[in-house]
Design a protein around this ligand. Sequence first.
Ligand code: ME8
Length: 536
Amino acid sequence: MSTKPEKPSFYLTTPIYYVNSVPHLGTAYTTIAADAMARYRRMTGYDVWFLTGLDEHGQKVEQAATAAGVTPREWVDRLAGEFQETWRMLSISNDQFIRTTDPTHTHAVQELARRLYESGDIYAGTYEGWYCLPDETYWAEANLEPANEAGERMCPDCTRPLTFVTEENYFFKLSKYTDKLLEWYDSTSDGLAHVAPETRMNEVRSFVERGLDDISISRSNVKWGIPLPWDESHTMYVWFDALINYISAIGYGTDKNAADAEARAAEFAHRWPAQLHYVGKDIIRFHCIIWPALLMAAGLELPQRVFAHGFLLTKGEKMSKSKGNAQTPAELVEQFGVDGYRYYFLRDVQFGTDGSISHEAMVQRYNGDLANDWGNLCSRLFNMVGKYCDGAVPDASGYADAAEGAELREIAAGLGAMVEERMVKLDYAGALEATWELIKATNRYLEESAPWALAKDDATLPRLYAVLYNALETVRIAALYCAPVMPNTSAQVFERLSLGDIWAVDDLAAATQWGQLPVGNTVTKGDSLFPRIATE
Ligand code: ME8
């Protein structure tokens, strides 16, 4: 009896978003990218744990609740529902949804804080300086521009006015970890840099090389937060609270008396360190400086990789309802479908760099790549199988010409390695582009071999069946490679080919080997996968 070897763990996370606003194109972007990776890694044999969630504490959330005339608790509960609904609508396959108001999270934060206080890495002091409320960020004088004409100091990141605060606070000895952080930046994991892309690594490294100050980790006038266990007049600075979610979610700091304490500890040992933290470039200092330093102080392993993507920009054209070019995920999904939405953002914007998005580009991508190339290939092919083969996968064995479909077999054989190489770099656009080579080659193959002509003569029927089989087989393979980004349409293609559950695939390399489409399987034409969008 053989037992399957245990799958390697792949733990990936998104930032936990603030609940001061509803999910938008930016937060959806990070979440979709992480989802595509989670799905891809499940299909390539990993034991995936995909975490997303919400950052529910802090002054900003407290103020948003007050402005809405509700308690912070009512406010976060309402917004948590909206986030979860939006992620469901976008086919996000997260394994867990953490909220920093969860009692297990609170316990873990207090546990870690206590540990650092006892070891001397957290100490009492006075904070005097600038604070950016919208970003919940402290700023040292040295990083600021002189006051403007109105006498205001501005946040270097978001350019909004800062507030001067003087508070008795607790501090974290960040300065102590400067050299260790620089060593970490110089090391790699499986040959990959811990911070990517390189521009972000350089930015973080030069910030640390300038020297780090200790940072305040508590607030005494913010009530909506986690109290410090040794001094309940302080709540934990919201960024510390938030970062710890990545370990509290998977079992760190579980109450020793909890019924599941042992199981949670085992889970933590299994899943930590994370393979991949997805973040936007706005929050790299928290993830690439404070977070690793905090883990070092706690004696925990560091994440293998933090990948910071760029910003989505709307370049001149504002996406607005009144212009008929919707701006919320829900409005865009209504027009482009979930998979059309997911495809656009991962195909048209190079992950890692800033990218302009526009309604016009979205329509172009959709009509070009999805309606014309992929959708049309499926519908005309399934249609022909209906017409010439009674709607069943034909038997190609009567036509023994090795050259028939050789180009398709060759592209398909090389695709797996290419997609893997690009996915490791989080180059979604590149992985999709490679998949499109197969899709385009199949469309060309059908044009060139003209099945409609082969169907006219009994003598060419064996070749007709070979051509249709080859095209169906590439469609099956392309659907597998498209699945992480376009889960719904790929599942539909599988259904139409009477294949099993696409999500049961956990060995993509084996599943994409040529020739597995069973002869005789019913092929259903179905509705158009990507109906064209009229452009007037
Ligand atoms: O920073 N383009 O939460 P947040 C691309 N709670 N991505 C964007 C974007 C845009 N225009 N706008 C937002 C926080 N994002 C903290 C995180 S984690 C321990 C705590 C995405 O709601 C991007 O991932 O402000 C960015 O980093 C994140 O949303 C910020 O989300």
